[in-house]
Design a protein around this ligand. Structure first.
Ligand code: URA
Length: 245
């Protein structure tokens, strides 16, 4: 698809469309080896070799980021009071308007995907897509033996909020620790489900979405772009829920 050169540079996070004028004027931008004098010229970013000061321009239609969300940040793009996860991104990515694909509570940590691809975001969070999210939960009271069955049957929270069947596996070595696997993302869902069986959550970490696990090389607050195949792994991969308890 043909695109304006200044749009390609802006989408690649190199310079705004107005800011790139000086780069073109100074002959610092080349397309297939020849200097491009104006951002109004067009080329196909998939097939042309565009360089700025000799360095290749990596164009992406959309960005997909894996973050190890730290405690104390809201899963939001702005907030009048609290810090938000997009503050942890580079300014050029922030300027592209990336947003979290799903939420983790302020005090929850772990895998958070950020993107500027609204369709992808919808597919990750819609229960219809069946993207299973896996959490490690630590509770302040031992999780009772009946809890896995209640999760598998589908808990009702409050008066009438019916949850889809979910998997709960209690650690064999610590009855206060569990892995929870959900096929939906209601507000505070893991905390509310565990509280409903008498085990309030004291810490919560999301460790995978679909078939993609958090890259443990990322310290809290760090992020990286998804690698080839990882986006598909979120949507297609992952073990089905084990509900025969
Ligand atoms: N469930 C919760 O209760 N909190 C989260 O942050 C994510 C899932």
């Amino acid at each position: 698809m043909l695109m304006r050169l200044d749009k390609i540079l802006s989408a690649a996070g190199i310079a705004s469309r107005s800011g790139s004028k000086a780069l073109f004027r100074a002959g610092r931008v080349t397309v297939n080896g020849a200097p491009a004098s104006s951002g109004a010229g067009k080329c196909d970013p998939e097939t042309c070799e565009i360089r700025v000061d000799g360095a290749p321009v990596v164009y992406r239609e959309h960005y997909y980021i894996m973050m190890n969300k730290p405690e104390g940040y809201l899963s939001a793009t702005e907030d009048g009071r609290d810090r938000v996860v997009t503050e942890l991104l580079d300014p050029n990515l922030r300027a592209r308007g990336l947003f979290p694909a799903g939420r983790l509570d302020k005090d929850s940590v772990g895998l958070l995907i950020l993107t500027d691809d609204g369709d992808f975001c919808h597919r990750v969070i819609s229960p219809k897509s069946g993207v299973i999210k896996t959490y490690l939960a630590e509770c302040s009271a031992p999780i009772p033996d009946f809890a896995p069955r209640r999760f598998a049957e589908g808990l009702t929270l409050g008066e009438n909020m019916r949850c889809l069947p979910a998997e709960l596996r209690v650690s064999p070595s610590d009855p206060c620790l569990a892995t929870v696997r959900l096929q939906e993302g209601k507000f505070h869902q893991v905390k509310r489900m565990l509280a409903a069986v008498g085990s309030p959550v004291v810490s919560l970490k999301r460790v995978s979405e679909g078939g993609l696990s958090l890259d443990e090389a990322l310290a809290p607050g760090q992020w990286r772009e998804l690698r080839k195949g990882e986006k598909e792994l979120i949507l297609l991969g992952g073990e089905p829920l084990h509900l025969n308890i």
